[in-house]
Design a protein around this ligand. Structure first.
Ligand code: PEP
Length: 234
C-alpha cells in the first residue's frame, strides 16, 4: 500500500484556502504517495470541490459516534462523507486532552467505517510516560481499547511531546514503537508517524521500517513545505 501523507490543519483555514489545494495539485501532479488534507469541517465541502479531479483526498478531524439526532455541535460521519470526506482523524491527542476516551474513539471509528470513512486512529504517550519507560505499554493499551472491531483503518503514532514542539522522536524511538505496534495490530493498517515532521526530516522518517506515512500539523499549512514532504514519501 502507498504511504499516506496527511495534513491536519487543526482550527486553521478559510474558504479561500481552496487555492492551497489547487497549488498542491500543481506542485505534485503525480504523487507516489496518497495525499490527504483534513481541514476544519466548515470548509470541507469547499476543499472537496477544489480537490475534485486531483489525487488529493479530503478528510475530517473528528466525527460523532452517534447518527443524526440530539447531539448539539457534533459532526455526523454520514454527512461528512456526503460533503466529500473519505477519511477521519480520531483520537488526536488534542481531543484526548479535552476528555476523549478510548471507548469513545472506538465507537466513533465503528460509526465512521459504517458510513464509508476510513479512520486514522491516533495514539501516543506523554513525555512523563516515555521517561518512566512505559511508552509501549501506554500505546498498546490505547490501541487495544480504541481500535474498531473490523473494517479498514490506519493508525498514527504521535508522541504527545513531539506534537507542535519542534522535537521529533529519534529514528530508534520511531522504529521501536512502529515495530511494537506492527506486532500488536498485524500487517494491514498503515502506521503513520506524527510529531514535528517537516521537509528537513521527512525523508529519514518516511524511510524507517513500518512507517506507512506521516500526519503533519504545522508544516502542512504551507503548500511548498507540505509538497516537499509528499515528495519524500513512497
Ligand atoms: C499533529 O497535530 O498531528 C501534528 C503532528 O502536529 P505537528 O506536525 O505540528 O507536530
Amino acid at each position: 500500500m502507498k504511504q499516506l501523507i496527511a495534513a491536519n490543519w487543526k482550527m486553521n483555514g478559510h474558504p479561500d484556502w481552496a487555492s492551497k489545494v489547487r497549488q498542491l495539485a500543481k506542485l505534485v501532479p503525480a504523487p507516489s504517495a496518497e495525499i490527504l488534507i483534513c481541514p476544519p469541517h466548515l470548509i470541507l465541502d469547499t476543499l472537496s470541490a477544489a480537490a475534485d479531479e486531483t489525487s488529493i483526498a479530503i478528510g475530517a478531524q473528528d466525527c460523532s459516534e452517534f447518527s443524526a439526532g440530539a447531539h448539539t455541535g457534533e459532526s455526523d460521519a454520514a454527512l461528512l462523507a456526503e460533503i466529500g470526506a473519505s477519511y477521519v482523524i480520531l483520537g488526536h491527542s488534542e481531543r484526548r486532552a479535552a476528555g476523549e476516551t478510548d471507548a469513545r474513539v472506538k465507537a466513533k471509528a465503528g460509526r465512521a467505517i459504517e458510513q464509508g470513512l476510513r479512520p486514522i486512529i491516533c495514539v501516543g504517550e506523554s513525555l512523563a510516560q516515555r521517561e518512566a519507560g512505559s511508552a509501549v505499554s501506554v500505546v498498546g493499551a490505547q490501541l487495544q481499547a480504541s481500535l474498531p472491531d473490523g473494517g479498514e483503518f490506519d493508525i498514527a503514532y504521535e508522541p504527545i511531546w513531539a506534537i507542535g514542539t519542534g522535537k521529533t522522536a529519534t529514528v530508534t524511538d520511531i522504529a521501536e514503537m512502529h515495530t511494537a505496534i506492527r506486532d500488536m495490530v498485524g500487517e494491514t493498517p498503515r502506521i503513520l508517524y506524527g510529531g514535528s515532521v517537516k521537509p528537513a526530516n521527512a525523508q529519514e522518517i518516511l524511510g524507517i521500517m513500518n512507517v506507512g506515512g506521516a500526519l503533519v500539523g504545522g508544516a502542512s499549512l504551507e503548500m511548498e513545505s507540505f509538497a516537499t514532504i509528499v515528495q519524500a514519501a513512497h
